[in-house]
Every structure is written in structure tokens, then in C-alpha cells.
Design a protein around this ligand. Structure first.
Ligand code: NAP
Ligand code: GDD
Length: 342
């Protein structure tokens, strides 16, 4: 059988790395694109030991010319569009850049597919952030969207463009509406990795305390390594459809911290309320977590919890890793790499 060729945009990110690892096992030829700035920053691919198995191309999502050049150079069977300005917090400070990359970037790729080879199958990385201030307690593929940030609005634009190119031009497009997924390869700006890394540093006397924002927000957190398989499964279906990928469980940031503390067997106590909430290490009597209002967002998504029913029945996909296990995986690998560095 002919070897399939896949393009992964955002190859230097968390999902790009795991998806590349997964597709390599399926014997795909992989072209991975990054921006010039990311060229020296392939630590995730290095950690997975796969950086030499990928063909790298530069493809800034703001530049139609670069996108067309890459699409003319290779004959892609599948395109996974994972590249984005993906940090919700930053999207408030750079709404125009976020709209250009996370929103219009999707349209640039779809137009290129329509003009160069409409037979290419296209995966769009849509997001549970699009549900925003949620209109249903458990979000399904039918729940109306209610985005709360420039990031979520840009994702919604990309999502609907993907749906529209399927309906208008019969292009095989799928959007995975993925809920938060974490791993040891998660970027340090996101709250789970920030907490895990911060606690490891505190235990090694490398940091006095960690500053966080809203601890009451709840997220449906899964393991990224499992979620990339769902992306591939969506693309292998006979009919293109959109799917939610999630765990169906939700936990607050505070609960995530408590799982970390339990795993580390630390003796701690929460004190205070609201902005004065603090976590004290009872062995040293020192504050190790406190609130800094600068991490609050102008408009917050307070609660996310999805249903993976459609993915289970059509894709035979279910989440396998509990939050407790995910915390263990993240902490163990954080210690491993911290100890290697020092
Ligand atoms: P990530 O780690 O932040 O990776 C994003 C990737 O996009 C990086 O490779 C980044 O390159 C690249 N990128 C940023 N700006 C670009 C530009 N102007 N041109 C080309 N590439 C650019 O994100 P992730 O967690 O892997 O998520 C993958 C995708 O899924 C994103 O689209 C994200 O919005 C979406 N998503 C993620 C989650 C989640 O929980 N992880 C949930 C739902 C949806 P640099 O290395 O240069 O920054
Ligand atoms: N990043 C961050 N840093 N978030 C904090 C902090 C902090 O210090 N303190 C509290 N939070 C809260 C945020 O306000 C938010 O409610 C929650 O922790 C999760 O924040 P992030 O980890 O930054 O993720 P996110 O939910 O905003 O966005 C992620 O998930 C989306 C899917 O729902 C990103 O991966 C997006 O790209 C993705 O689409």
C-alpha cells in the first residue's frame, strides 16, 4: 500500500509532537511546519526521539504565499491544522494577531486546498473554549457556542469555515472540538504545567511560591497522547463529521492542585478566601501558592464538561487516563527532567 503523506501544522507544539509520533507508528511520511522562530525549539520532538524522522518546512500561517509553496511541493493525503496562537490569556492582549493566525490562518489553508487539491482531507483543531459561558451543563456537538475571548471567537471562525468548505465545496473537512488536554509536553504558560513545574521547583528550593489566577474555574482535562488518536480516527471515517473529545468529568484548578499535593505527599493547608486564598506548607510554615490578580482574564470561562458519546459510538474512542493518573504522569516526568538538568 502507498505510504500516506500528512502535513502537521504546529509540529513544535504539544499535540503536533504526539500526533507526529502516532502517525510515524502508522508509517506516514510527515511534513511538519513551524515558523522561523520555532526552528530552534523542537524540544518536544527531541524528547520523543522523532525529530530526525520529520521533514521540516517553514510555514507562517499569516503568509498565503508560504502555505501555497508547501502545498505545491508535496502531495498531501491528510492535513492536520494544529498551528494557532493557542493561549487564551494572550489573546486579550493580541486580538488582531490571534484573529489573523488562529482564525484567518484556517481560511488560508482551506483556500489553498480548494485551489490546489480539493481531495486533501483536512482536520481543524477546534476547541471547547468555543462553548465559553456555557449554555448547557454538559456540552455536546449540538450545544450552542458562546465564546468569551478573542481566541475562542477566532476558533469559532475557523470551525465554521471548516464546516462551510465541507458543505459548499464537498471537501473532506472535520473539526475536533477538543476539551483541555495536558501532558508533560504541555506549554509552561498553561495552568496544569505551570502548577506541576512550580511545585517541583518549590520542593527543590528553586522557587519560594507560585502565583496563580482564578482557582475556581473548572475544566474537563484529558491526556493529550490519547486525544491525537481521535484526530486521526475522525479523518479515517467515510463521512466527514465534527466530534467532541473529552473525559466527561470536570475539576477546578484547586482540585488539580490538591491531586498534585496528594501525589507528592506534602503536608499543606488552604487558608483565606478569594484574592487572599493561600496554600501553606505546614512543614516549613511558608506560603507556597498565592493569588495574583494579573492572571485573571477580562472575561473567564468558568466551567467546561463535555460528552464523548458521539466519538464513542462512531469512532470507538473513549478516554482512558483519569486526572489522578495524569497528575502522576506529569509530576514524574517533571522530576525526571528537572533532575537531568541539575
Ligand atoms: P501549542 O503547544 O501552543 O502549539 C501551537 C503551535 O502553533 C506551535 O507549534 C506554534 O509554534 C504554532 N504557531 C503559533 N503561531 C503560529 C504562526 N503564526 N504560524 C505558524 N505556526 C504557529 O498548542 P497545542 O496545545 O499543541 O494545541 C494544538 C492546537 O489545538 C491549537 O490550535 C490549539 O488552539 C488547539 N486546542 C488545544 C487544546 C489543548 O487543550 N491543548 C484544546 C483544544 C484545542 P511556536 O512553537 O513557534 O509557538
Ligand atoms: N494559564 C493560566 N495561568 N491559567 C490560570 C492561572 C494561571 O496562572 N490561574 C488560574 N488559571 C485558570 C484560567 O483562568 C482558566 O480558567 C484555567 O486556569 C485554564 O487555563 P489554561 O490552562 O490557560 O487553559 P484554557 O482553558 O484557557 O485554554 C486551553 O484549553 C482550551 C480548550 O478548552 C488551551 O489549550 C486552549 O488552546 C484550548 O483551546
Amino acid at each position: 500500500m502507498k505510504k500516506k503523506t500528512a502535513l502537521i501544522t504546529g509540529i513544535s507544539g504539544q499535540d503536533g509532537a504526539y500526533l507526529a509520533e502516532f502517525l510515524l507508528k502508522k508509517k506516514y511520511k510527515i511534513v511538519g511546519t513551524d515558523r522561523r522562530s520555532a526552528r530552534m525549539n523542537n524540544w518536544r520532538l527531541e524528547r520523543l526521539g522523532i525529530e530526525k524522522k520529520i521533514i521540516f518546512e517553514e510555514m507562517e500561517l499569516g503568509e498565503t504565499f508560504e502555505i501555497e509553496r508547501v502545498f505545491r511541493k508535496y502531495k498531501f493525503d491528510e492535513v492536520y491544522n494544529l498551528a494557532a496562537q493557542s493561549f487564551v490569556g494572550s489573546s486579550f492582549g493580541s486580538p488582531l494577531n490571534t484573529s489573523n493566525i488562529t482564525g484567518l490562518g484556517v481560511l488560508r489553508i482551506l483556500e489553498t486546498i480548494r485551489n490546489i487539491n480539493p481531495k486533501i482531507k483536512f482536520y481543524q483543531a477546534s476547541s471547547s473554549e468555543m462553548f465559553g459561558d456555557v449554555l448547557e451543563k454538559t456540552q455536546t456537538e449540538k450545544t450552542p457556542f458562546n465564546p468569551q475571548s478573542p481566541y475562542a471567537i477566532s476558533k469559532l471562525f475557523g470551525h465554521y469555515m471548516s464546516v462551510n468548505y465541507r458543505n459548499s465545496y464537498n471537501i473532506f473537512t472535520v473539526s475536533g472540538i477538543l476539551f483541555n488536554h495536558e501532558s508533560p509536553l504541555r506549554g509552561e504558560e498553561f495552568v496544569t504545567r505551570k502548577i506541576v513545574k512550580g511545585l517541583v521547583k518549590i520542593l527543590n528550593n528553586d522557587l519560594n511560591f507560585l502565583e496563580l489566577g482564578n482557582l475556581e474555574a473548572k475544566r474537563d482535562w484529558g491526556y493529550a497522547k490519547e486525544y491525537v488518536e481521535a484526530m486521526w480516527k475522525m479523518i479515517q471515517q467515510k463521512k466527514p463529521k465534527d466530534y467532541i473529545i473529552c473525559t466527561g468529568k470536570t475539576y477546578s484548578i484547586k482540585e488539580f492542585i490538591n491531586y498534585c499535593i496528594d501525589h507528592l505527599k506534602m503536608n499543606t493547608k488552604w487558608i483565606g478566601k478569594g484574592l487572599n486564598t493561600k496554600l501553606i506548607n505546614l512543614e516549613t510554615n511558608k506560603v507556597i501558592i498565592k493569588i495574583n490578580p494579573k492572571y485573571f482574564r477580562p472575561s473567564e470561562v468558568n466551567y467546561l464538561k463535555g460528552s464523548f458519546k458521539k466519538a464513542k459510538s462512531n469512532l470507538n474512542w473513549i478516554p482512558k487516563t483519569s486526572l489522578k493518573e495524569l497528575v502522576k504522569i506529569m509530576l514524574n516526568e517533571e522530576f525526571k527532567y528537572y533532575n537531568k538538568k541539575n
